[in-house]
Design a protein around this ligand. Structure first.
Ligand SMILES: O=C(O)CCC(=O)C(=O)O
Length: 290
């Protein structure tokens, strides 16, 4: 399995050749006009935001730390002893001062039906055109998962290098999904897998690619992925849903509600509302491209 690396792609070409057929791709120039590129470095974050208190995944007791201390720790992070992951920070709601640096909105993620006016404000996401911030050090990893609600993901490296390891959706039988939250694997660290506990894992078809500063990766809905930071890294993720994955999104959201024990009587109403919204959005000019 090869993941292409391309530049100068038109939005139409991106949608027709990658989004619609659900093929991952690395884009070399999708965020070239973001002020963040060149400005956002670990030392800029330290200087500008050092007093800010943050919470990292995997930190002991989930203890808050000053950003300056976290950034200082990046220099010592290694494969054997990585820093915890400062991740999934909602830029719009939790750090809005950063938003101007990631405008104009990347055209590859702009057509997001979840951000349509037909969707109730704040549902199912707290912000429209959600962008999340990730900061990590060498060796930091994220659990093997695919993104919730079968959303497509688009992740841009504003600074540093990160390795992405991908598994197509049909490899799920080899990836040990959790029983309840089935979009996350039970394998604790996909880079050091206990073969006795997870013997099927080595049968899984996979591909890895490292993206550098200014590059972005498109991860189609349902594709399992994990990452390992190669050098201190600052990334921004966006998720989106359009014509190509709306039905998958509706099914997944309803299945997940039932699985997690949300009030069952509401699920058929939600399904009908979303199916109708999708039908209306499909009528928009150009909607079929997404
Ligand atoms: O950038 C990363 O390390 C992981 C991002 C990710 O997995 C996601 O946004 O779904």
């Amino acid at each position: 399995m090869i993941i292409e690396r391309v530049g100068g792609l038109s939005t139409r070409n991106f949608i027709e050749n990658y989004v619609a057929p659900r093929r991952p791709v690395v884009l070399t120039d999708a965020i070239h006009d973001w002020p963040a590129l060149g400005r956002w470095t670990p030392s800029w974050f330290r200087k500008t935001w050092g007093d800010r208190v943050v919470r990292c995944r995997g930190a002991k007791n989930n203890a808050p730390v000053k950003l300056a201390d976290y950034i200082d720790g990046l220099a010592t992070s290694t494969e054997a002893a990585p820093v915890p992951y400062l991740r999934n920070v909602n830029i719009q709601t939790d750090w809005p001062e950063l938003a101007a640096d990631i405008t104009p909105r990347c055209r590859f993620t702009a057509d997001d039906w979840l951000s349509s006016r037909l969707m109730p404000k704040g549902w199912p996401r707290v912000a429209r055109h959600l962008n999340q911030l990730f900061i990590s050090g060498t060796g930091t990893t994220i659990p093997l998962h695919y993104d919730e609600w079968m959303m497509h993901a688009f992740i841009s490296n504003v600074h540093g290098e990160k390795e992405f390891t991908l598994f197509p959706p049909d490899q799920t039988p080899f990836l040990y999904p959790k029983d309840d939250y089935y979009l996350v694997s039970r394998i604790p660290n996909p880079y050091h897998v206990d073969r006795d506990a997870f013997p099927l894992f080595e049968k899984a078809a996979t591909a890895s690619i490292t993206i550098g500063t200014g590059e972005s990766i498109f991860l189609p809905c349902g594709w399992w992925h994990t990452t390992r930071t190669v050098s201190p890294c600052i990334s921004v993720s966006s998720n989106f849903v359009g014509a190509s994955n709306w039905d998958s999104f509706v099914d997944e959201l309803c299945t997940m509600r039932d699985r997690l024990g949300a009030s069952r009587w509401k699920t058929p109403l939600i399904r009908t509302y979303l199916k109708t919204t999708g039908a209306l959005l499909r009528l928009q000019p150009d909607a079929g491209h997404h």
